[in-house]
Design a protein around this ligand. Sequence first.
Ligand code: GLN
Length: 504
Amino acid sequence: MTDLTRLDAADLAGRLAAGEVSSQEVTRAHLDRIEAVDGVVHAFLHVAADRALAAARDVDRRRAAGEPLGPLAGVPVAVKDVLVTTGMPTTCGSRMLEGWVPPYDATVVRRLADGGLVVLGKTNMDEFAMGSSTEHSAFGPTRNPWDTDRIPGGSGGGSAAAVAAFEAPLAIGTDTGGSIRQPGAVTGTVGVKPTYGGVSRYGLVALASSLDQAGPVTRSVLDAALLHETIGGHDPLDSTSLPDDVPALVEAARRGASGDGLHGLRVGLVRELDGDGYAPEVRARFHEAVDLLAGAGAEIVEVSCPSFASALAAYYLILPSEASSNLAKFDAMRYGLRVLPDGVGAPTAAQVMAATRAVGFGEEVKRRIILGTYALSAGYYDAYYGSAQKVRTLIQRDFAAAFERADVLVSPTAPTVAFRLGEKLEDPLAMYLNDIATIPANLAGVPGMSLPSGLAEDDLPAGVQLLAPARADDRLYHVGAALEAMLTERWGGRLLDRAPEVTA
Ligand code: GLN
């Protein structure tokens, strides 16, 4: 019998629609897989087995009754634990929210339910989405299914690992500086950060509100398009939501996969996102991908985005500034944890708040709150936050100029393959450098996709990143699906099928 967990979501959806398999069978197969491997991988913080089976039963019933269902109805999905969910805890990987069960669903979660998808549970992440390895989770790291001594990327390592380990065919991630794309690169999965405002942020626990976007984590470009269309589009509950409908992403992916439309497409190689600092084989896989596009008729142009050199510095002022403000709400009064200070008879609110935040937040979160508070302080605001905002404008101008000359931009997604657990934990700057290629897109609000480029150092996966102008997410799916088809042929099949079986 076919192992249902190895199938892509589009394939599962087809079999479900044809009545060859029920959602209960598909859901059960994934819950069994989670049971078998998640003790090692630790992709999930919460598995909602009963709820998932009940949801599956409901979709099966609706299908049997002939009700109209969405294209992914009955397909399981895992959700990063930064999106609020009724009936399931939401921790953001933090002690601060341990045990908190939100009173409402994020719009993304509601749209999954409306589409008949079956939520399997909540995935592990770096605390409040700060990190590139998932080691900053207060509940222990997630392991990379390709090599369980290695990191699965971050902050959404749980979502990427769940999909890579065949525990879920689909997952939702969030990307503030690369947390969908970089985990995608190091786990051999596909990840998309949509145009800012393209997917609702309502119910996404904010890290940096001007940068955060939720998006799909999948094993194929077509699956990402299907999931993105399910969750995207205008939401009146998010004031930064674009008024547009989602572009025709599935159609774009299908057109790309058929090899149509690459002729004359202008592909821009970003000079600042190549060269020293990228591992040799990661670079080699990237340039092979570019050669494939050229071979299919694309025109390769080199573009320069000089301000990208300052993107990391600007991001690590803007992000902590916004985070310090967003995380102020965790005051021990409203959500989750409350710790009373030792030896104080009648503590003040400020004392309770201090005691709670001292215990509830981990090192990286505290580091960024301190950095952000400092950057926003009256005496330093212009020098730090103000300057960073100016760099942000320059980056947006660099993108605008580059997109005059190219339809899409390309780069490696991450500078290296997955590193070892513990390798960068004590060195924040080394950790931050993982996002050197992904951060510019967040600062400019443009969409980005990572897809597997092949195996690089130590036979581990690497990623190639595609970037498109704001609101042109369909271009990512068109070019991404075309490239994916060519790379699959080059590697003789889906890369993930070469991953070793997960063992303890
Ligand atoms: N790794 C980046 C950071 O630590 C990105 C995080 C994210 O996208 N949520 O900030």
